[in-house]
Design a protein around this ligand. Structure first.
Ligand SMILES: [N-]=[N+]=N[C@]1([C@H](N)O)O[C@H](CO)[C@@H](O)[C@H](O)[C@H]1O
Length: 829
């Protein structure tokens, strides 16, 4: 297509001044214009929310300019592009991240204050885009920010759920789920692309046909749904590059069934059509995996099919030889949720583009890379063949063909070792014949990686041992990272300013390794003074939030001890609560005099439990029951408080993390693939109390265990401890606190019985009993360290100084260089 601007383009450019200006007066004008013409409120009377909407649209206009220029530049340069396929993106709020990455936060604040509005107040008006469950989903969002900031030609593809992750409402200490209709008041950060839509097929049959003498398969679908694109511009920091997150929404396809209309069966016809929209209606709220739900499988294929149609259309708009496809396209599978993409590319290349099988297979194996986020074999996704066969009949055929060829190749390599052959097969025989999506992804991908070094070792030695022995070259690791733009600059502006002051530059925001420069000031008294002041300000903000949310007044002199993440047995929130009961019991049994030496603690716990996860829900209730007891016990007073922060999400994390003194990452070793919350706390100078699991192993290497509080069994010790857990006697303190719960000290005796049963004797699968003693020692070490605030502040500064490795910028550069083979493509500013 002619790349030159069409003739009327010159006139267009003449008409509009090149770019929107970012001075406060121009911003004011744009904001008032949007109040009048977009929000349609009189510019003389509008409230905070309407002002937020007008501001959001004004910022969006500036994103769109940069988005257009970036996409035009990519089109002109035609670089190799990365397509990041993920069913979940936990974006949170967009306003502050956008104005900071555009470098116009202060101008916006000035423009608003002259209109009588306060920036911070308007920023609070925005709801979270919670299109994901936990770490995997937030990682996708952090990686999009780094891809944009590092000028990589990349696109994110996902689903535009109408309902995001459920709202957690706590009633009498119990979690209740409320639908998150986040689009209620529209979404200024997305652009509906009515002209970008694709038909997605389901069900039906596969016919054999002959084309130019060659037989080929034709899929005759039983149902077709329309996928419509919604674009979300993702601005880079300190660059003009603004990349795209394209989310698909399901709409009824255009075909009207006139027949039913004539028969007056009108309502049914419309209702049937609406059924199509259910596909992208709701996010599945489970951080584990889903077996065998048809709607879930429909979601997987819907976003894969729409994304690949869009990607292939863009490739063909400039290329006509699919052998060039691997030079121009890298496809990243974010866990197995998008893995049907490998089958869909085979189907399109063979059935629609009429390439030979081997040619198509060669292309597939050169374009896909697969990241797994799971350690537990039982959490690996499997799709029942019956379900797949009825929903996607042609895809099942192709999977059988892929597996047949793989088994043939394997037999040549390992002979007729039926045990290994059946272990490695993509098709799992057995009661419910299923497709192993992880095996399919490994067979079809050129690279397979875990999300921390420890995780990858477990993949090589346990989870995918057979595949590693077959294809050691495929296995890499890419330790996760988080973006310092959102997790310092946006959420902790006072720390951001302090770091820039002492480093004498803001360059660390794009080049985080510069943070190491703080090491030389780690013992500097002036920095200590300012550092403590920044932390105090953030603690006050958190304390105000806690009081507003729970009515509990907490002391700023106490250590704010935080554990915020999804509720899981392997993350051991129960271990934390049992240690809080131990601390409470110790204080109660102390002489008054002794109590003076107690280091006061405010224990803050937050996280959602998957709706069907009963044990996790009981842990939330126990937390509230224990809090009820402790927080109202005058003997204890300010020495100990337990707070559960409800509806934990990205915005709550942005408030809690800067105010935390200590954060807990206490999973049973070998269970947390990486963990990314620990990285955010580290960047904000919060000290870590942790087991050596996932990414904490690499954090220890970066900052030294002397700046952390470590405890617990090491990963290689766990299997043996589990073996003899039946005759392993848990420490007295542990049995005592479990007994207190079992005896109803916090009420709900029968309701908590199973929780107690689950941590005693050989039922203690996650080793809470055997880790309890060293856990209490680590807690005592934290208390002791906290008393010496200069020591603590030095450890805090060294934590931030050593956090550079855990930026998602490093993660993305790793992927770009050693997996995707993409180069930066910087749009001229
Ligand atoms: N799904 N999944 N996996 C996780 C998280 N739960 O989302 O992915 C995260 C992102 O890779 C990991 O940090 C975390 O350890 C792992 O459990």
């Amino acid at each position: 297509a002619g790349l030159g601007p069409k003739p009327q383009a010159e006139r267009m450019f003449a008409l509009m001044d090149r770019f929107l200006s970012n001075d406060p007066v121009s911003l004011q004008k744009d904001i008032l214009d949007h109040v009048e013409y977009t929000v349609a409120r009189s510019r003389f009377s509008f409230d905070d929310f309407e002002a937020y909407q007008a501001l959001a649209h004004s910022v969006r206009d500036r994103l769109i300019e940069r988005w257009h220029d970036t996409q035009q530049y990519f089109k002109r340069k035609d670089p190799k592009r990365l397509y990041f396929l993920s069913l979940e993106f936990l974006m949170g709020r967009s306003l502050s991240n956008s104005v900071i990455n555009l470098g116009i936060r202060d101008q916006c604040a000035d423009a608003l204050s002259q209109l009588g509005f306060e920036y911070e107040v308007l920023a609070e008006q925005e709801g979270d885009a919670a299109l994901g469950n936990g770490g995997l989903a937030r990682l996708s969002a952090c990686q999009m920010d780094s891809l944009a900031t590092l000028d990589y030609p990349a696109w994110g593809y996902g689903l535009r759920y109408q309902y995001g992750l459920f709202r957690q409402v706590i009633l009498d200490g119990f979690q209740h789920e409320q639908p998150d209709y986040w689009l209620n008041f529209g979404n200024p950060w997305e652009i509906e692309r009515v002209h970008v839509s694709y038909p997605v097929k389901f069900y039906g049959t596969v016919e054999e046909e002959t084309l130019n003498g060659k037989s080929c398969k034709v899929w005759l679908p039983g149902e077709t749904v329309e996928a419509v694109a919604y674009d979300n511009p993702i601005p880079g920091y300190g660059t003009r590059n603004t990349i795209n997150l394209r989310l698909w929404a399901a709409k009824p396809d255009g075909q009207y069934d006139m027949e039913s209309y004539n028969t007056g069966d009108y309502i049914n016809a419309v209702v049937n059509r609406q059924r199509a929209e259910t596909i992208s209606c709701v996010l599945y709220p489970d951080d584990r995996s889903y077996q065998g739900k048809e709607l879930r499988l429909k979601q997987h294929y819907f976003f894969v099919s729409a994304s690949l149609q869009d990607i292939i259309r863009r490739f063909k708009d400039g290329h006509n030889n699919f052998d060039d496809f691997p030079e121009k396209v890298a496809l990243q599978l974010n866990d197995t949720h998008p893995s049907l993409a490998v089958v869909e590319v085979m189907r399109v290349l063979v059935d629609e583009e009429h390439l030979g099988w081997d040619q198509a297979w060669n292309i597939v194996c050169r374009i896909f890379s697969f990241t797994t986020h799971t350690v537990l074999p039982e959490a690996l996704e499997k799709i029942p063949v019956d379900l797949l066969g009825s929903l996607l009949p042609r895809h099942l055929q192709i999977i059988y063909d892929i597996n047949f060829n793989f088994m043939e190749e394997l037999k040549k390599r390992i002979g007729l070792d039926f045990n290994r052959l059946s272990q490695m097969s993509i098709v799992e025989e057995g009661a419910v014949k299923s497709i192993r999506m992880a095996n399919l992804s490994i067979v079809c991908s050129h690279t397979v990686n875990g999300v921390s070094r420890m995780h990858s070792e477990l993949l090589k030695t346990r989870v995918f041992k057979d595949f590693y022995e077959l294809w050691p070259h495929k296995f890499q690791y890419k330790t996760n990272g988080v973006t310092q733009r959102r997790w310092i600059v946006v959420s902790n502006p006072s720390l951001c300013a302090l770091i820039s002051k002492w480093l004498g530059t803001e360059a660390w925001i794009r080049d985080i390794d510069l943070l190491i420069g703080l090491q030389e000031f780690a013992a500097d008294a002036d920095l200590h003074q300012e550092w403590k002041m920044v932390r105090k300000v953030n603690k006050m903000r958190l304390a105000e939030y806690i009081e507003a949310m729970s009515g509990v007044k907490v002391s700023l002199d106490a250590m704010f001890d935080v554990q915020i993440k999804r509720i899981h047995e392997y993350k051991r929130q129960l271990l934390n609560i049992l240690s809080i009961i131990h601390r409470y019991d110790c204080i109660k049994n102390m002489e008054k005099t002794q109590r003076r030496k107690v280091v006061p603690r405010v224990c803050i716990v937050g996280g959602k439990a998957a709706p069907g996860y009963e044990v996790a829900k009981k842990i939330i209730k126990l937390c509230h029951a224990v809090a009820e007891k402790i927080n109202n016990d005058a003997d204890v007073g300010d020495l100990l408080k337990l707070i559960f922060v409800p509806d934990y999400n990205v915005s709550v994390a942005e408030l809690v993390i800067p105010g935390a003194d200590l954060s807990q990452h206490i999973s049973t070793a070998g269970h947390e693939a990486s963990g990314t919350g620990c990285m955010k706390f580290l960047m904000n100078g919060c000290l870590l109390l942790a087991t050596a699991d996932g990414s904490t192993v690499e954090i220890i290497e970066e900052i030294g265990e002397e700046n952390m509080f470590l405890f617990g069994a090491k990963v290689h010790e766990v299997p043996a401890l589990r073996e003899k857990s039946s005759d392993h006697k848990a420490p007295l303190q542990f049995s005592h606190v479990v007994r207190m719960v079992r005896d109803g000290h916090f009420g709900f005796k029968d309701y908590f019985k199973s929780l107690c049963d689950g941590v005693e004797g050989d039922s203690d699968f996650y080793l809470l009993g055997s880790d309890f003693a060293s856990y209490l020692e680590a807690q005592a070490a934290a208390d002791k360290a906290f008393v010496d605030q200069e020591k603590w502040t030095q450890m805090s500064i060294l934590s931030t100084a050593g956090s550079g490795r855990f930026s998602s910028d490093r993660t993305i550069e790793d992927y770009a260089e050693t997996t995707w083979g993409i180069e930066p493509c910087k749009c001229p500013s």
